[in-house]
Design a protein around this ligand. Sequence first.
Ligand code: FES
Length: 573
Amino acid sequence: MTSRRGLSANTVDYGDRDFALFLRKAFIKGAGYTDEDLSKPIVGIVNTASDFNPCHGNVPALIEAAKRGVSQAGALPMVFPTISLHESFVAPTSLYLRNLMSMDTEEMVRAQPMDAVLLVGGCDKTLPAQVMGALSAGRPFVVLPTGPMMTSQWAGERVGACTDCRRLWADFRAGRLNQTQIDEANNRLVPSVGTCSVMGTASTMACILEVMGLTVPGAASAPAVSADRVRIAQASGLAAAALASQQTSMVQVVEAHFENALTTLLAVGGSTNALVHLAAMMGRLGLHLDPLRFNELADRTPVLVDLKPGGQGYMPDFHDAGGVPRLLNTLGPLLNLNLPTVTGETMAQRLSALCAQGRMETHSQSIIRSMQDPIYPSGGLRWLSGNLAPQGAVIKPVAASISLLKHQGRAVVFDGLEDMANRLDDPLLDVKPDDVLVLRGIGPLAAGMPEAGLIPIPKKLAAQGVRDMVRLSDGRMSGTAAGTIVLHISPEAGIGGPLSLVRNGDLIRLDVEQASLELLVSPDELELREKEQAHLNLPSVVKPRGYGWLHGQHVLQAPQGCDFHFLRGEPRA
Ligand code: FES
């Protein structure tokens, strides 16, 4: 009987499998392969290099190293492309296109003959898209993050993308920096290829995936341009080859992996975007991210990693301190370490082996704190609910102003980004420092959920020294940003969520300790408004054709990960 592994898998439908394989071999031999090469297990390597994606600028070097690892292990590396998404280069938003990348990955992994796949990605949406696709495709996979960029110096201070990009831009808006200074800073903020150098979404997802056991050790933190990163790529190739040749077993991702993931997200003071991506990944397996359970985990999990935007350091510091393995040594009691990893052992066995090999950092450092000395005691992220967010909203208290975590203020409402851009800096805008800025019409359906939740402080208040205000939206915020920002309000205004009923001057109450977000308007009045309001004049990315049509028909809200409903798995008991 003909093997259905290696090159023989997934033959093209001609009604004659032997002919299909004969034809496939004839073509691939045109590239110089021998029969011996073609008899080996195959590792597909996803190439997401793109001139439009500097976060993936090291992908060619990583692929070379990974191929070395695959070949050393006796398998055949086969590189293939998928689309690539960089935060600053894809309009209207990268989240809008994440599901397209996920579908591309899933279908190419499923369609082509590979026994395992190495997912090489890094920029914010790419690892979530790849893992969502691979989970749905059901093939063994290993994740290889591209790794964080280096940091730099500007005007005597250490800087890195992109917390400092936002901070310096806010200083420029407020008149604290002039044009020459901001232009100089622009040259220094991104000193190398690689993902953002703080605990933004890219690094958060990389840490989470390492804790889930879906990478080799150290893969989350080694700088993109370091020798460690190249060695990690080679080790990732070896691990993928072992999966392809069935020397190790495919990791069956289960709910316990996601409990570890959520705990890690909290412990690293990670990005709010990770909640969207984890909900989407869980949905692919028929699982549901439970807000109550998330807040329980938040209540017991301290923030242990002192990186921007919530803390002080940068990703290269985290790597030097010992990275995820050292964090796990501290965080272990809150995790299930008996889950399998892509290298065949459990996470507990992996950590023991690192210790035994002398590869576990033990030197004194201040980036990865102990449970007794956290940088934030608990609740680094919190899921909110209330009459303004019946399906939920999210805030990142660790990056917020403590004085604003319990706050009541007047709503100042903007309908979409254009309205905000037109009016925010108007000297006549009726806004005071204790008001609540509300930006609606930037939810998943209306706008592809841009990272615009960090509403700029109106210029006239910024010039008075106001640096933070309570700001609400149905959009997202970059993982590199900070402020008292309520995000992901669901349902979004664009589908008639209560956010669409807010009017200028309404009182809004935020109480993070109580996990509540309330619009202080009577139910009768809200009912009246609902009847009066046919629909708001909000912008829309819904298109009459193509991917925009697909997105408009099928995108789900943030608590379901903004996935397409037809991509989700059957609900698990
Ligand atoms: Fe790619 Fe920040 S822009 S990780």
